[in-house]
Design a protein around this ligand. Structure first.
Ligand SMILES: [Zn+2]
Length: 342
């Protein structure tokens, strides 16, 4: 459906939307729009005055999806909490939540357990023991001197957990569909190519040693290539993003310091950093999906952000293919879960 023929209002009532998708940045909302199989226009029943969100409605596969974005220039956990609360009041039948957007990668090429996380790859919050999202700037020092992490989110609703297992299993037998869905997005909205949503090229992804600072300029042309971390191979055979499953660390500050990044990574076994998930604690049971746009180092620039937003959205779309619609029928609404506890 082209934008010229968009209906003013969705043909479906608000209570038919069962998947809630939250993003923080306009580029993330654009990527969400680019993954929709159908776009639905405005909500049939207008949000109440107290609801400050702007919504994007549509279909992805079998699901009716409502996307909300944080107000411009308001990133962080308190905004995310407000957006989730308003969404659930306007769309009372949301049963599963997705927090989708860009994040910081915590690669590790030093230890025994190499984590080869490249820019544009996607991280899905997932951990066997807990919700997969840890608050890195909170925690408890125990009597024996050890440190106990605090987890920001309860485990996601079971239809999402099952879907994550199915997705991971499926990708043992075939490539993921991220590149395919990003390409479809760029075909549907060719202008997005101009706005940087296509892969920037592997030469734009260079990882330097943690203590080596960026020299100057927008690119790393003047940075010393001998200070790069050896990755084997330096370039992958193709540009298809990989999906990594693990702990995502969430906190209130933008981390731009590599040693801090690595410390958080080691302390919490985290493979990604982000800033919004903490706000969804007790507000919005969800899974967090992050496209990696930088490594929190001084070489950071914004070049990868649109593409990383696109890969995260594409991954969310593929994950939804493994959520069983009937599982949602039996699932309590997020609103019910919050009212009654787990
Ligand atoms: Zn540099």
């Amino acid at each position: 459906m082209s934008s010229a023929t968009l209906p003013t209002h969705s043909p479906y009532p608000n209570d038919e939307y069962t998947v809630g998708w939250i993003c923080a940045l306009p580029i993330e909302m654009a990527a969400a729009k680019g993954t929709m199989d159908e776009e639905h226009g405005d909500p049939q029943r207008a949000p109440q005055e107290v609801d400050h969100n702007t919504y994007l409605l549509g279909c992805i596969g079998k699901f009716k999806v409502v996307v909300a974005c944080l107000p411009k220039d308001e990133i962080g956990s308190s905004s995310a909490a407000a957006v989730a609360k308003d969404m659930l009041s306007t769309f009372p039948n949301v049963r599963v939540g997705l927090l989708v957007g860009i994040g910081v990668g915590i690669p590790d090429y030093g230890g025994n357990d190499i984590r080869d996380i490249r820019l544009g790859d996607v991280v899905i919050s997932n951990d066997k023991e807990n919700g997969g999202v840890v608050l890195y700037d909170f925690g408890k020092r125990l009597a024996d001197g050890s440190f106990r992490s605090m987890y920001a989110l309860d485990r996601p609703p079971w239809p999402l957990r099952t879907a994550i297992s199915l997705l991971e299993a499926e990708h043992q037998t075939r490539e993921n569909r991220i590149s395919q869905y990003v390409n479809q997005m760029l075909e549907k909205y060719p202008y997005m190519r101009k706005k940087g949503f296509a892969h920037p090229g592997q030469s734009a992804d260079r990882l330097f040693r943690a203590d080596y600072r960026h020299v100057s300029g927008r690119s790393c042309a003047k940075c010393d290539p001998t200070e790069r971390i050896d990755r084997y191979p330096e370039n992958r055979p193709d540009t298809d993003p990989a999906i990594h499953y693990g702990v995502i660390a969430t906190g209130s500050a933008v981390v731009k310091h590599t040693l801090t990044r690595d410390e958080i990574g080691q302390k919490h076994r985290a493979i990604c950093l982000e800033m919004e998930a903490a706000g969804l604690m007790n507000n919005f049971p969800c899974v967090v999906i992050r496209g990696i746009s930088d490594n929190a180092d001084s070489h950071k620039n914004d070049q990868w952000q649109p593409y990383a937003a696109a890969t995260a959205a594409a991954c969310a779309k593929e994950l939804l293919e493994y959520v069983q619609p009937r599982a949602l029928d039996g699932e309590r609404t997020v609103k019910d879960i919050l009212n009654q506890g787990w």
